[in-house]
Design a protein around this ligand. Structure first.
Ligand code: ZN
Length: 618
């Protein structure tokens, strides 16, 4: 587990080459150089941006697209209109965009754009900039795009903005012209409506000049720590600022797909060395609440990171920053913006959740718009186990997520996990699907494959796909390879539809020295079934009914003696098997006491001896 500093740097820089060289899957690369001049008196900035874009695709590109996210914070934007029309608007947005005055709205616009030194035509459509290239970029070629741009930071509405509810001056997320991703599925010029992101891997070099009273926290490694000070400087170095001159903060972030920063004059900056020499940074504004909670956060986060590395794969960068800013909690490469004035419990759980997005989104860079469950669901799953570890709890960490899913599935308003993140009919259906059902997806894989095999497969997924763009099939294939099972049936129904699972014990019939048990599938979606038989003498046995279309079975965990029954062809609505014992010796029979199978109606999952005695004996 112990990667030293050098090794992990080598790992970060080496991976891009490997990724683009991987047969059958290419990925684009873009390096950013940006210089930002920020005027805190009017909340505006100008910038220069140099992109070196490498077309690793087999296609000739005639156009490129950029995101101009800040244009979403203008009255009449797609984000505004969506918020005013959806039946359950995000309470942080509601009609707040519609009410923004000119000086409070956000914007981001190019002032000039050149391709290899020559001016190109472009068109701004809301949050998307469409560029018609002078010369197409051929497969394997590079293009240099230089832009001058200006922006105005909106009042804090969603994720980014100025003067957030806790008084942080600038939450600078989704703030610069960001190249849209082009992959094997084509361009992803997604308008900014509410959620989910996707980006191209590359190296960022960013210089931010701002009033010298501000402390800046950001993605990446600070390149001039002894110049800026504020807790970045080397030990024992004296830093003196000229208070009348802007201070330039220089950050470098290798192999990331986004860049965030935040700035406030009142930040206190704490540091803690975590496992593998990783430096954890914490930025908060001291007040009567945060002074009691934030100083405890570094030790807890370092302890959590040990567990996270061991169970989910090693965090690959040498730095991570937890920054009080934003409007709740939102993940970015090597950093998170979180609300800081919550309870200790809230602060820890948001920090762990957002930190885990470093695995599920920042390193496994799936297209979140299309596969939000692979980011929020996987993050919720991993966070739940880590919170159980931190709390030293005996409770099932996934129970709450299963319960959320059950409520949604029974409500009739559920929408498939395969829905586009911005296209769900309600925010609630999006939230439960991606966070809760997404986590249940993995909970059920524990049940289908066996927990030990799943844990191994989940780490293999991370190690195989890190610094790439895995999709659901890539994930499914790793699960299949590690378990030896065929799993199409599971992902097709569970991710692509809202079919539900329901099994029950239909009858238990005494046949002399045997007991015949009939299991019924009443849900539309098939699953393997485990039935636990508990005897009056305290013995326990597990009857395992694999599904025929799995083409295999999960390994015996050795905890309870297991009897493997012939597999169940899923079209058969019932399945009858014999327990080699008289009914009178049995105390109870139960389907899946682990509760890992998301059985929507569990009232028919248990049969107890009294019921057997009163059942039809024939
Ligand atoms: Zn999340």
């Amino acid at each position: 587990m112990n990667l030293n500093l050098l090794l992990s740097i080598a790992c970060i820089t080496g991976v891009t080459t490997l990724a683009s060289a991987q047969p059958g899957r290419w990925q684009q690369k873009v390096d950013y150089e940006m210089e930002i001049d920020f005027d805190v008196s009017i909340h505006r900035f100008t910038g220069t941006q140099k992109l070196i874009y490498k077309n690793n695709s087999p296609d000739t590109l005639h156009k490129v697209f950029y995101h101009l996210y800040f244009n979403a914070f203008q009255p009449g934007s797609m984000m505004d209109v969506r918020s005013e029309n959806i039946q359950d608007p995000d309470r942080r947005v509601r009609q707040r965009i519609a009410r923004l005055k000119d000086s409070e709205a956000g914007y981001l616009q190019p002032l000039s754009l050149k391709q290899n030194g020559k001016t190109v035509q472009y068109d701004v459509n809301g949050t998307i900039l469409e560029v018609l290239l002078n010369k197409p970029v051929l497969p394997g070629n590079e293009v240099v795009l230089k832009m001058q741009f200006e922006g105005q930071v909106p009042l804090q509405i969603r994720r980014s903005g100025r003067d957030n509810a806790e008084g942080i001056s600038y939450s600078m997320a989704q703030w610069y012209p960001k190249l849209c991703e082009y992959d094997y599925e084509g361009w992803h010029a997604n308008p900014y409506i509410g959620r989910e992101f996707y980006g191209t891997w590359g190296d960022f070099d960013v210089k931010i000049s701002i009033d010298p009273t501000f402390v800046v926290a950001a993605t990446g490694y600070c390149q001039n720590p002894n110049e800026v000070g504020y807790g970045y400087e080397d030990e024992g170095v004296e830093v003196t600022h000229q208070l009348n001159k802007k201070l330039t903060w220089h950050f470098n972030a290798p192999n990331v797909h986004d860049f965030v920063w935040a700035a406030d004059p009142d930040y206190t900056h704490l540091k803690k060395e975590g496992p593998n020499g990783i430096i954890l940074h914490f930025f908060y504004q001291p007040d009567s609440i945060t002074e009691k909670t934030w100083p405890l956060l570094p030790d807890i986060t370092a302890n959590a990171l040990e567990f996270m590395n061991e169970h989910f794969g090693t965090y690959p960068y040498n730095k991570y920053s937890v920054i009080q800013a934003g409007d709740g909690g939102m993940e970015y490469p090597m950093a998170t913006l979180i609300n800081g004035r919550s309870s200790m419990e809230g602060l820890v759980s948001v920090t762990i959740h957002e930190f885990f997005h470093s695995w599920y989104q920042m390193v496994l860079g799936s297209n979140e718009s299309l596969y939000a469950w692979m980011d929020e669901g996987f993050t919720s799953y991993a966070s739940a186990y880590t919170m159980k570890y931190i709390r030293d709890s005996k409770n099932d960490p996934l129970q709450r997520l299963y319960n959320n899913y059950y409520l949604m599935a029974k409500s009739g308003n559920e929408e498939p996990l395969s829905s586009h993140a911005d296209h769900f009919n309600t925010n609630r259906a999006y939230g439960i699907a991606t966070y809760s059902k997404g986590a249940v997806t993995l909970g059920q894989l524990e049940y289908i494959m066996g927990k030990e095999v799943f844990d191994r497969a989940f780490r293999r997924y991370y190690n195989t796909w890190k610094f790439k763009h895995p999709n659901p099939t890539d994930f499914k294939r790793i699960m299949e390879k590690e378990s030896g099972l065929e799993l199409d049936w599971y992902f097709l129904d569970w991710v692509g539809t809202t079919r539900t699972i329901d099994y029950g014990i239909r009858s238990v019939i005494s046949k002399g020295d045997k007991t015949m048990v009939t299991i019924e599938r009443t849900g539309q979606m098939p699953m393997p079934v485990e039935v636990i038989v508990e005897y009056n003498n305290g013995d326990i046995e597990k009857y395992y009914l694999p599904l025929r279309i799995m083409r295999g079975e999960k390994p015996d965990d050795g905890v309870i003696p297991r009897i493997v029954l012939p597999d169940w062809p899923w079209t058969y609505p019932t399945y009858t098997f014999a327990i080699q014992a008289a009914a009178e010796t049995i105390k109870r029979i139960e389907i899946d006491p682990s509760k890992r199978m998301a059985d929507l109606n569990q009232s028919d999952n248990i049969f107890i001896i009294d019921q057997i005695m009163h059942a039809t004996f024939d």
